[in-house]
Ligand binder design. Structure first.
Ligand SMILES: [Zn+2]
Length: 482
């Protein structure tokens, strides 16, 4: 039998605000435990929360970027549960009146564009963090993250493969980065996804029983967890078993999931309206002003690269998927004026470095300005391609100016004709047999002689110029021989 896989995602993203959602504590990753909290985010009696206007603006921005409707009237609710990472014993969130609803994003898989519905985007606060095993058998709690603003993005169950789930997560990540809504640092937990997945025999109208996998914190984990869970459910149905509605924990190291709790144990959160916060009334004018100040979205940037710069769509897609890389590219093109040279260099040499060393190299000293300068030198023939790569590596490592690096490593292309002539003459004298071989028709011998000259010049001369001089000298000695 053939099966259809149905996937919906719930994506939690921390917002890039200065302060927390309902108090003025600093919103920043890390810090000494329990140094970034106050009576409000610790939920002490008698305190009152005040909504962070910037957090609301970022949520609206995310909604507009995902083609959502913005609620004119929205409110906050309490989601009640007891857990030590939540000192108030409830989370302030939005239940039935989210800020944004009914939108969509477009994803592309194997060249086919598909629209995935966004059911809602709501604002809520993050919880603290439990630190286990730091002191023997006990657990410690750090409330620094308590009250950090989040948006939760809920998609419609409209993805039909792990590839589509991955594409959606990637697309939303890049939208959030471009709009400045979140820094999306997944290793710091500022972007994470829950995967809801069910399968059903092809043609069946009714949905199968779905499971939920929580807190996946990488694009790879979303992909692998979706693939493995679809496979697990299909295998159960194939042997006539029953898929239970449950929450599962994905273990990325083992590449498998295990049941955490089933439906019977699932919690009743007893949502009720937050009495300490006023409803949020959002005027159309304010929404219009947020929309006007919206940064360029990845799609339109990609189209600009294709239409204005003539870059292949595949390359433009890959470059724009990563905002930092795309910013570096944009600035480098402004500096060197050579979009194709810049994109070719990125697609080969920079991508290889990202694959080998991770995206962190984009945080480490490489900027559009210094990259653009290196390209300018390369384009003018002042340095060779091999030298340009050495300079980039050194920039990533030390952040030094390209010119200093090229001076220091003596990478400038030498145009001194005497230098080249002398090198050619001495190589020809020392390698008489190779010269004779070449003159006797062994073309390979030329490559050997060329290599000898380049190595004598320590690779610092323009290969085209060296080749020309070498050819001329060989012709001369051929003339002498005849
Ligand atoms: Zn606080």
């Amino acid at each position: 039998m053939e099966y259809e896989v149905i996937i919906g995602l719930e994506i939690h993203s921390e917002l890039k605000t200065d302060s927390k959602l309902f108090c003025s504590c600093k919103n920043d990753f890390g810090g000494e435990p329990n140094t970034r909290c106050c009576p409000v985010c610790l939920g002490l009696p008698g305190t009152l929360p005040v909504l962070n206007r910037h957090a609301l603006e970022l949520a609206v921005r995310a909604g507009l970027a995902m083609n959502c409707k913005i609620s004119g009237f929205s409110k906050f609710d309490r989601k009640n549960y007891f857990y030590p990472d939540m000192p108030k014993a409830y989370q302030t969130t939005q239940y039935n009146l989210p800020v944004c609803y009914d939108g969509y994003v477009e994803i592309e898989v194997d060249g086919i564009t598909k629209r995935i519905g966004i059911e809602r985007i709501h604002l809520e606060e993050d919880a603290g963090k439990l630190i286990h095993d730091a002191y023997g058998s006990g657990s410690l709690v750090d409330y620094n993250r308590c009250g950090v603003p989040l948006i939760e993005i809920v998609t419609r169950p409209e993805m039909n493969s792990a590839e589509e789930a991955r594409a959606l997560f990637e697309t939303i990540k890049s939208i959030l980065e471009y709009t400045g809504v979140s820094d999306c640092k997944m290793q710091e937990g500022s972007l994470r996804a829950d995967v809801n997945l069910s399968v059903r025999p092809k043609g069946q109208k009714q949905f199968g029983t779905r499971t939920e996998m929580k807190n996946l914190n990488s694009i790879r984990a979303v992909y692998r967890a979706s693939q493995a869970e679809a496979q697990r459910q299909i295998e159960i149905l194939e042997r006539g078993g029953i898929v239970y509605q449950e929450t599962r924990r994905w273990d990325d190291r083992k590449g498998e999931s295990m049941a955490m709790r089933n439906k019977e144990e699932s919690m009743d959160y007893r949502y009720f309206p937050e009495p300490d916060l006023l409803p949020v009334i959002i005027g159309e004018e304010w929404v219009a002003s947020v929309e006007k100040n919206m940064p360029e979205l990845p799609r339109s940037r990609r189209d600009r690269y294709v239409n204005e710069f003539g870059i292949p769509k595949y390359d433009a897609d890959l470059i724009t998927m990563n905002k930092k890389l795309s910013d570096i590219f944009d600035r480098a093109v402004a500096v060197c004026g050579k979009p194709k040279l810049a994109s070719n260099f990125i697609m080969t040499d920079i991508m290889r470095r990202i694959n080998e060393n991770g995206e962190e190299i984009l945080d480490a000293n490489l900027t559009g300005d210094n990259f653009g300068q290196v390209l300018l030198f390369l384009d003018r023939g002042d340095i060779t391609h091999a030298a340009a790569i050495k300079v980039i590596d050194k920039i990533v490592e030390t952040g030094e100016e390209p010119k200093h690096i090229i001076d220091g490593l003596e990478l400038w292309v030498q145009r001194d004709e005497d230098l080249i002539n002398n090198a050619v003459t001495s190589v020809l004298e020392a390698n008489r047999p190779a010269l004779d071989d070449f003159l006797a028709g062994k073309d390979k011998a030329f490559g050997f002689l060329m290599g000898q000259v380049m190595s004598k010049l320590k690779g610092k001369c323009d290969p085209a110029q060296v080749r020309e001089v070498l050819m001329k000298e060989i012709d001369k000695s051929a003339g002498r021989q005849n």
